[in-house]
Design a binder for this molecule. Structure first.
Ligand code: ATP
Length: 264
């Protein structure tokens, strides 16, 4: 059992409902979400396509307002993006500034802070670029990097903001399979080193099991949390060894059965 699984709540979502539009164009995305994200844990949120995962994450980040219910971050109601919560978007290409160098993209996370000069912002950004293995590419522009490298820049920028909670919306879905495995290892290492709380939205059962302490399984739209699985796998997890552990295989079977509609 991971100690983090028993930590106090960092983010609490109570009775969250979300309906888009009105009349015949109405879409009920979220039904009645109850979810506690505990301090320092790695929580994955999985569910069928279009069930409302991104909507849920945006509401948790204060980027969207729920129709019903409340989000609390350390007890304070979230009505707009609070400091301390950082959101990592799926489309890394769109979230980097093409006219800024890699270093200045990372520096953007900190340069607006009171008393922070451009030079100091750049200095601290170098440390984060180093952590994601891109120190040698500081002077490059995003278009000169591969997709996986660009996503590493967004991860460095997220870390530079020193998040207490990092919310990730399918951040690995647009990169090739091998790069995805490398990014899983990178995110696991950074999370273990920095101790932030991580929430990962994904439709990939293996990604969820490999990375998470707990997995919230959502129903089809309108989404509810139908199951909470504790992975209980030893860390650090290894890309070759961990998927062979019987517990991993049981979890994979259970999760896929639910996602394919045989158990949810
Ligand atoms: N701004 C919006 N206006 C109207 N409907 C929306 C809006 N955003 C999302 N929806 C609808 O809400 C539902 C949930 O969308 P959401 O993107 O949250 O699902 P998802 O589980 O993240 O999808 P995917 O697995 O495809 O990434 C969908 O039916 C979508 O069409």
């Amino acid at each position: 059992m991971n100690a983090r699984v028993n930590s106090p709540a960092d983010l609490t979502l109570s009775g969250i409902g979300k309906t888009f539009g009105s009349g015949s164009a109405q879409t009920e995305a979220l039904a009645e979400i109850e979810l506690e994200v505990r301090e320092g844990e790695f929580l994955a949120v999985v569910g069928p396509s279009g069930c409302g995962k991104s909507t849920l994450l945006q509401i948790a980040a204060g980027l969207a307002r729920p129709t019903r219910g409340t989000v609390r971050f350390h007890g304070e109601e979230v009505t707009q993006p609070p400091p301390g919560i950082v959101y990592l978007f799926q489309q890394y290409g769109k979230s980097l500034f093409p006219w800024r160098t890699v270093l200045d993209n990372v520096a953007f996370a900190v340069e607006h802070r009171p008393g922070m000069s451009r030079a100091r912002a750049r200095d601290s950004s170098r440390t984060y670029l180093d952590m994601v293995g891109l120190a040698a590419f500081a002077g490059h522009f995003p278009a000169q990097l591969s997709g996986g490298m660009q996503q590493r820049v967004t991860i460095a920028r997220a870390l530079a903001a020193q998040p207490r909670v990092l919310l990730m919306d399918e951040p690995f879905s647009s990169v090739d399979a091998l790069t995805r495995l490398e990014l899983h290892a990178l995110v696991q290492n950074l999370w273990q080193k920095h101790g932030f709380t991580a929430v990962l939205v994904t439709h990939d059962a293996d990604e969820a099991i490999f990375l998470a302490d707990r997995i919230a399984v959502l129903s089809a739209r309108p989404a509810r949390v139908v199951r909470m699985l504790e992975t209980g796998l030893p860390r650090p997890r290894d890309r070759l060894e961990t998927p062979q552990i019987p517990r991993y295989l049981d979890l994979r079977h259970e999760l896929l059965a639910m996602l394919l509609g045989h158990g949810a």
